[in-house]
Design a protein around this ligand. Structure first.
Ligand code: GLU
Length: 547
């Protein structure tokens, strides 16, 4: 077979050569050890936690080494493409602090190694397709769907491996004439790789996460170009990662089964093999067993979920870091205020089997992260979140920022900051009572006589002075307690509860309920200071009227 003639027959319009492409996309001028890596998502519009895990791993590896992170859009599967998906992707990743140095952007491409959208690279793939054909490493296949289905059926009946290989590779060794007549008839064809691999042979491979692997060779003549001339992921990524001078491929381990073919491809194309970082899946506990997070069953897989719940970006980032590098937590304890990107990230510390996603842990991390923020930052992030997800609350926050910041400053800044908020969604239940429109009506414990409660509230109103310090304020509460015959001696009460009609804690609860609508709130004195004289008094009057 004259492979050069076949190549010319299949790709008459390809005039560029691999050599000219090598010149056009020269090796990058980067310091020794700089990692060039990428995110290469398909634009399906669904951005999930796995993308973030992969993105952060790639981002850390690139930027920590003084290298490059780029975004390549793998849009070869037009059926799966969702309009606007690239925008969603870029915005979501940016939200989580992943910035690309080059690649596809919302409007155009940025960088010297583009285009960065695979559909715009068809001409480039054809150069390499032509090269493979001219060297006898690829050939056209005119099999119909029916023929392929029949082949599969036969293989299943024979209990053989399925796929286009060996004796089943019908078009592997067909004559130039056969091919010519099919082309002349205008029959569609795909380009297949001519595998020289054998499943009887194995080789060793070193993955940065999985470690040393023993891999069985690929014997399948996989499709390189589909009938519309668009490449498959396998072929496209090999060409792209070579020409874009990728040093490390960071991707999910669902690609491990096709790795033998990828390695073959790089070799056949004369490309240096990049290093591979195959990340294990994200799993969760389901009852007592672990399973992979699923798009269908687990809303927490989607990144939009975290934004909508109101997890601060820092919290998700910190949590993912603890998930990826188990020493991150110790580092964080030793360096509580250091920027997270000063942590020395190592892909080798990733668990090869994947990571166990623990929502409760994320919540804990988030509580810690929020507790270390100052009130100004909390206000900014919370009001931004509320504007989008709870506009009514957002409006309340923005109407009086100084008031909101005073509320948010409660219990902040000390050695043991309060940890009331894990997500911004928690804010309204926690602090909504400061706003009259969210104040719930007080529901007093039916064990106490309404007349007693009314007496407490009236006495409090009569003695209330907003200028009192907290000491004086509490003395007044104690005085009311004594006056109504309740006790201030909690020890005595605990020893013999039946001996007292109630305690100072009950009196405080009456007042708290009247002022906040809740039995639980931050320090009541502080709450009143923030509410101010008028609002505090009005609330007590209202509670009295409702008794
Ligand atoms: N387009 C592939 C995906 O969506 C990319 C895999 C890779 O990063 O190489 O999973």
């Amino acid at each position: 077979m004259d492979y050069r003639a076949l190549a010319q027959l299949l790709f008459p319009d390809v005039t560029e050569t691999p050599e000219s492409l090598e010149e056009k996309y020269p090796p990058r001028d980067l310091p020794e050890g700089a990692i060039v890596t990428r995110m290469a998502p398909s634009p399906t519009g669904f951005v999930h936690l796995g993308n973030l895990v992969q993105g952060l791993t790639a981002e850390r590896m690139a930027h920590q080494s003084g290298g490059v992170l780029f975004l390549r859009v793998e849009d070869t599967d037009a059926k799966r493409e969702v309009p606007g998906a690239v925008e969603v992707l870029l915005n979501t990743l940016k939200h989580y602090g992943i910035q690309f140095d080059e690649g596809a952007t919302i409007d155009a491409d940025q960088g010297a190694y583009g285009p960065y959208r695979q559909r715009q690279r068809a001409g480039i793939y054809h150069v390499y397709a032509k090269k493979l054909v001219s060297e006898g490493m690829a050939y056209p296949c005119f099999c119909t769907e029916e023929e392929l289905a029949a082949m599969r059926e036969q293989q299943e009946a024979n209990k053989e491996n399925t796929g286009y290989y060996g004796k089943y590779a019908m078009w592997r060794d067909r004559s130039l004439e056969d091919i010519q007549s099919q082309l002349a008839a205008g029959n569609p064809w795909v380009l297949r790789f001519r595998s020289t691999g054998s499943i009887e042979r194995q080789f060793k491979f070193d993955d940065l996460v999985k470690g040393k692997l023993t891999i069985t060779e690929n014997d399948i003549d996989h499709v390189l170009l589909k009938s519309d001339g668009i490449p498959t992921y396998h072929f496209a990524h090999a060409v792209d990662d070579h020409l874009m001078r990728t040093t490390h491929v960071v991707r999910g381990d669902e690609w491990l089964p096709t790795l033998p073919f990828h390695i073959q491809l790089f070799q056949s194309l004369g490309f240096k093999l990049p290093k591979y970082v195959h990340i294990g899946p994200l799993m969760k506990m389901d009852g007592t067993s672990k399973r992979k997070l699923s798009k269908r069953k687990d809303p927490e897989l989607a990144l939009t979920y975290y934004k909508a719940e109101g997890f601060p970006v820092e919290a998700v980032y910190e949590y993912i870091m603890t998930l990826l590098n188990s020493n991150f937590e110790d580092w964080r304890r030793a360096n509580p205020t250091a920027p997270a990107n000063t942590f020395k990230f190592s892909p080798k510390k990733l668990n090869p089997a994947g990571s166990l996603f623990d929502y409760a842990k994320l919540t804990d991390v988030s509580k810690n992260v929020i507790s270390t923020m100052d009130a100004f930052k909390v206000y900014d992030l919370l009001s931004q979140w509320a504007q989008e997800y709870d506009p009514d609350f957002g409006q309340a926050l923005r109407e009086d920022p100084a008031y909101a910041k005073k509320i948010l400053a409660i219990g902040r800044g000390g050695k043991k900051p309060r940890k009331d908020l894990a997500v911004w969604k928690d804010a309204k239940p926690y602090m909504g009572f400061f706003y009259d429109q969210y104040l719930e009506q007080a529901r007093f414990d039916a064990r106490f006589d309404k007349a007693v409660i009314a007496r407490v509230l009236n006495l409090f109103l009569a003695s209330f002075d907003i200028h009192d310090d907290s000491g004086v304020w509490f003395e007044k509460v104690k005085a009311i307690t004594t006056e109504i015959g309740f006790t201030t001696d909690m020890k005595a009460y605990k020893a013999d509860p039946g001996a007292f009609p109630g305690t100072v804690a009950d009196v405080s609860t009456f007042i708290r309920l009247a002022v906040t609508g809740k039995t639980n709130s931050p320090d009541l004195y502080t709450v009143m200071q923030i509410l101010g004289k008028e609002r505090t008094e009005a609330r007590i009057r209202k509670a009295l009227a409702a008794l």
